[in-house]
Write a protein that binds this ligand. Structure first.
Ligand SMILES: NC(=O)c1ccc[n+]([C@@H]2O[C@H](COP(=O)([O-])OP(=O)(O)OC[C@H]3O[C@@H](n4cnc5c(N)ncnc54)[C@H](OP(=O)(O)O)[C@@H]3O)[C@@H](O)[C@H]2O)c1
Length: 278
């Protein structure tokens, strides 16, 4: 798991890594950083309602709600508050930002321009997804022109603590990224729900159908994760001509089929992401 691996960049950080917002995502990132070898004394958390887990990290050296002076030189500020809280939170957060600070935001729909306006700093905008909580997320990041190679390396290490990271150069791709990987886990959970429901329709007891669907989605996901083969090859490998899988795929891959539905779903999410962006 990515979180269990020692990370040279994290171990060599000398300034302060300030986490603004230690909720689900921020908390998962913090867990990943510490597991990756980041010295707890390098971390500061700014969060109005500290959970017992985060409070306990205070004893290990994590600074809890320090003032600007106590926080020291903030090398990177990771912003993980809800986007709707950002404008309000930003005024306080800005006081921690100096000329040397890189601001890494994981807030959905908050643009580099908005981050530069509210917080200043050299901005990296990133979009993680919920498997980050188990170190199996995928994050896509885009850096403003002002971000140095060193700042980008630190941002990459901080984001990589919860899974893999891809960088893009064009910020406008973040809407489609949000639609595919940011929102994507929900589509997979829906697949498990509908597979179970269809199993019940086909005569299975509900508890059995639910278990079969859950384990199938999780097992197939793990197989895909561990395999180097394209998903289409894995699909073809379990499809005998004229067999049961082929019968079902004839429906799913028919016209209209899953392809059309998915294109429409991703287009709807991309459009919504553009509407929400500010
Ligand atoms: N969850 C996802 O699937 C996902 C995926 C991609 C990106 N994101 C992004 O990740 C960010 C965090 O999401 P989340 O699910 O982790 O939300 P969350 O659990 O609600 O965490 C946000 C945290 O920020 C705290 N906060 C509120 N105001 C603050 C302030 N002024 N200063 C510092 N901290 C403040 C909140 O405290 P209170 O609870 O006390 O208000 C809360 O603990 C969001 O911007 C979201 O767009 C989430």
């Amino acid at each position: 798991m990515a979180t269990a691996m020692a990370n040279k960049t994290l171990q060599n950080i000398s300034g302060t890594i300030l986490l603004a917002g230690a909720g689900k995502m921020g908390g998962a990132m913090l867990t990943g950083w510490l597991a990756g070898g980041l010295d707890p004394r390098r971390v500061a958390v700014v969060e109005p309602h500290l959970s017992p887990e985060i409070t306990a990290l205070g004893a290990k050296g994590v600074a809890l709600n320090p003032d600007v002076k106590a926080a020291g030189t903030v090398e990177t500020m990771v912003v993980a508050v809800k986007p709707q809280m950002f404008r309000e939170a930003g005024a306080r957060l800005k006081s921690y930002v100096s000329d040397e600070t890189s601001v890494v935001s994981i807030m959905a729909g908050t643009t580099i321009a908005a981050l530069e306006e509210v917080c200043g700093g050299a901005v990296v905008r990133a979009m993680p997804n919920t498997p980050a909580a188990i170190g199996r997320g995928i994050t896509v990041a885009v850096a403003a022109k002002t971000v140095s190679a060193g700042q980008r390396a630190v941002a990459d290490a901080l984001l990589r603590a919860t899974g893999s990271v891809e960088w893009v150069e064009d910020e406008s791709l973040m809407d489609a990224v949000t639609a595919v990987s940011g929102s994507g886990p929900a589509y997979v959970f829906l697949l498990a729900e509908e597979l179970a429901r269809a199993g019940v329709e086909a005569g299975l007891p509900e508890a059995l159908a639910t278990k079969l669907a859950r384990e199938t989605v999780a097992g197939a996901g793990e197989l895909l994760h561990r395999s180097d083969l394209p998903s289409a090859t894995l699909r073809q490998n379990v499809t005998s001509p004229g067999g049961t899988t082929a019968a079902a795929l004839g429906v799913l891959m028919g016209e209209p089929g899953l392809r059309d539905l998915m294109i429409r779903a991703i287009a709807a999410a991309t459009k919504r992401s553009k509407e929400l962006a500010k």
